[in-house]
Design a binder for this molecule. Structure first.
Ligand code: CP
Length: 303
């Protein structure tokens, strides 16, 4: 594997290898504090869309493996003066970047960068296309709870149209044997979502009893056209995971959310903080899978 631009490109053994490596590195870091696998390497973190979780966990992952980071965002860098992504990348490369982690609003920008640079590129979210490391950390969290994922069912609910998390999960989870069901209002879950090869329904109430995990999605107002969403109250009533709906889940069903959450909209605050919620376990697993991806791309042969 030269780059990680999406999970569409990975087969089941490649996904399993990354998950195994995440488990191994997580255990080693827990036991030893850090692992010097990437000593002397510099990781360029280029975040041109906002991020908290992904950026911090890549930074933490790099440092836990002994690497240094060259971190930049749109604000405060010369991209705000119009510098192109290519010139930005060449500048970071000249400063010693051995890999790029890129978040960008344009679909396909990591793929373009990967074609032009001579070091690995990792997609940290490209517009509405893919967010591969998020889906890997979701799979790791599910695996921590269920072991082998074969035969499990994951329902993904909400603003599917704008969700790169959904697209990456729709590539990864079925390859691990998981049945994926999508549910959302027609404006946010068009029938074309079925082209991802998963089931599509239009009511949260149709999926609750079937699911081993319910992944709630953030309403992405920043990507929405007017008229896509009813009022917040209506959305919360029709599609929100509240305590009444939580009680309808089978015992042991997990509640997930990639974050950031709109508490009170797609997920009630009590649900996010309930014992069914593994939302903050997802965050912690972000460091593990990002260590695995960095190690796999920069030191594939190392153990
Ligand atoms: N889940 C996720 O990508 O969160 P951030 O936007 O905070 O990185």
């Amino acid at each position: 594997m030269q780059h990680l631009v999406g999970l569409r490109e990975l087969d089941a053994p490649q996904i399993r290898r990354l998950l195994d490596r995440a488990v191994e590195l997580r255990a080693r870091v827990k036991a030893e504090g850090a692992v010097d696998l990437l000593r002397g390497k510099n990781i360029g973190l280029v975040f041109l869309e906002p991020s908290t979780r992904t950026r911090f966990s890549f930074e933490m992952a790099a440092r836990k493996l002994g690497a240094d980071v060259l971190a930049m965002s749109a604000e405060g860098s010369s991209t705000s003066k119009g510098e192109t992504l290519w010139d930005t990348a060449k500048t970071l490369r000249a400063h010693g970047a051995d890999a790029f982690v890129l978040r960008h609003k344009y679909v396909g920008s990591p793929h373009q960068l990967a074609r032009r640079v001579d070091v690995p590129v990792i997609n940290a979210g490209d517009g509405i296309n893919e967010h591969p490391t998020q889906a890997l950390l979701d799979a790791l969290t599910l695996q921590d709870h269920f072991g082998d994922l074969k035969g499990r069912t994951v329902a993904i609910v909400g603003d599917l149209r704008h969700s790169r998390v959904t697209r990456s999960n729709c590539f990864a989870l079925p390859r691990l044997g998981v049945r994926v069901i999508l549910a959302g209002p027609g404006t946010l879950c068009p029938d074309s979502m079925s082209s991802l090869g998963v089931e599509v329904r239009h009511s949260i109430d149709e999926v609750l009893e079937d699911a081993d995990a319910v992944m709630m999605l953030r309403i992405q107002r920043e990507r929405m056209a007017p008229g896509m969403l009813p009022s917040d109250d209506e959305y919360a009533q029709i599609y929100g995971l509240d305590m009444a709906r939580l009680k309808r889940l089978r015992p042991g069903t997990l509640v997930m959310h990639p974050g950031p959450m709109n508490r009170g909209l797609e997920i009630a605050s009590e649900v996010a903080d309930s014992t069914s919620s593994v939302i903050f376990e997802q965050k912690a697993n972000g460091v593990a899978v990002r260590m695995a991806v960095l190690a796999e791309l920069l030191r594939p042969e190392a153990t």
